[in-house]
Design a protein around this ligand. Structure first.
Ligand SMILES: [Zn+2]
Ligand SMILES: [Zn+2]
Length: 163
């Protein structure tokens, strides 16, 4: 079930033009006609007036892309170490390190995920939550912990997760 991106009305055979249906351009006939009669200048005015619509669309696309890319590395989608499933805090980890250097070259976040997709999901990556990313990054600190904290009252998740 699809809805018009402009007015939110349900898209049907009647009000969704076949050519736009093919390209999955979600806009109903009446909204399309309204837009088609606008000059480029008027269209720009509309865009400038409603930046939130573009932003909403962009965010949705990026989130969809994140889920798609991460699902290639974890299915079901969860952290490889602790099992966290909240997509918002999950990320791609370079299993053998070198992530910082690599992402300086190809970009981080969304750019990095688009890079993985463009390169057909190369091996050497896994899904970790941000907590486990930090645990992995700071694993050398776990051996020092007993010297600075009372381990009887310390919940050492990193050790539990075999980092
Ligand atoms: Zn519409
Ligand atoms: Zn985790």
């Amino acid at each position: 079930m699809s809805r018009c991106l402009r007015c939110g009305s349900l898209l049907t055979e009647e009000n969704w033009h076949p050519s736009r249906r093919r390209t999955y351009y979600k806009i109903c006939k009446s909204c399309y006609n309204k837009e088609a009669t606008k000059t480029p200048e008027q269209q720009k005015v509309y865009r400038d007036k409603h930046p939130e619509k573009r932003q909403f669309w962009n965010r949705k696309q990026k989130l969809k892309n994140k889920i798609e890319v991460l699902s290639h590395y974890a299915n079901p989608l969860k952290c490889a170490m602790c099992g966290e499933t909240d997509i918002i805090v999950l990320s791609i980890d370079h299993i053998n390190g070198g992530g910082r250097k690599h992402m300086a070259e190809v970009g981080s976040g969304d750019s990095f995920r688009y890079w993985l997709k463009r390169n057909n999901y190369p091996e050497g990556y896994q899904v970790l939550c941000m907590n486990c990313q930090l645990r992995k990054l700071n694993k050398h600190l776990y051996s020092i912990l007993p010297e600075v904290v009372d381990m009887n009252n310390y919940n050492q998740k990193g050790d539990e997760n075999g980092i």
